[in-house]
Design a protein around this ligand. Structure first.
Ligand code: SF4
Ligand code: FES
Length: 209
């Protein structure tokens, strides 16, 4: 069976671990490493199936959910795994996602129709912060996940439209976006935050008349 070298951020440096590709995903491999060779390895996870949004990391520089990234696609490596950008690092790959939640528009609802059309459920955004990490904007910015939430509010809750557009028009709103669409490429769900930001731009222009 083929093996993969995982080069994992640890403190100020990196540690290499050789794992069998049969471990399936990066998260599976980390679980094996932590359960045997290195119990002090730190990372976040919960669901193991792409719905909790906690296991984001940089895999060879690109934002990925580790539970959905198969080792067989990465062999032989070495594959560099680092914590997401723009989040405080708690330890190794574990980050504090509070910058994502701090930017969310006040009063926005987390329960609404799914963007993929599967009916009422928790919205498609899983708050994984991959879009925030991928976004190249360096000036103060609410960020793609928060602006996507504002656009969903505008679209689905007419009573919230004024607040959503005020949020989008603010100093940290859509004007800071550089239209790279790195957010939409990084998003593992159907949110398409870049498209949402363009939707806010159109709504703001229409309101100005
Ligand atoms: S918009 Fe997409 S990438 Fe951003 S936090 Fe939500 S699910 Fe994650
Ligand atoms: S562990 Fe839940 S999304 Fe990866």
């Amino acid at each position: 069976m083929s093996s993969v070298i995982l080069r994992v951020a640890r403190g100020d440096g990196f540690a290499d671990y050789e794992v069998e590709a049969g471990a399936l995903t990066i998260l599976d491999a980390l679980e094996l490493i932590r359960g045997g060779r290195d119990p002090s390895l730190r990372y976040r996870h919960s669901c193991h199936h792409g719905s909790c949004g906690t296991c984001g990391a940089l895999v060879d520089g690109s934002e990925r959910l580790m539970c959905l990234t198969r080792l067989s696609d990465l062999s032989p490596g070495p594959v560099t795994i680092e914590p997401l950008r723009k989040m405080g690092v708690v330890g190794d790959l574990a980050v504090d996602p509070s910058p994502l939640f701090a930017e969310m528009p006040e009063g926005s609802s987390y329960l609404r129709a799914s963007e993929s059309g599967s009916g009422q459920r928790l919205e498609d955004c899983i708050e994984c912060a991959l879009c925030v990490s991928a976004c190249p904007v360096t000036r103060p910015f609410a960020g793609p996940a928060a602006l996507a939430a504002a656009d969903r509010d505008r679209e689905e809750r007419p009573g919230r439209e004024g607040a959503a557009l005020a949020f989008a028009s603010g100093d940290r709103g859509v004007a800071a976006c550089e239209r790279s669409f790195a957010c939409s490429r990084a998003c593992p769900q159907a949110v398409q935050p870049g498209r949402r930001i363009e939707s806010l731009r159109r709504s703001m222009a229409a309101r100005k008349g």
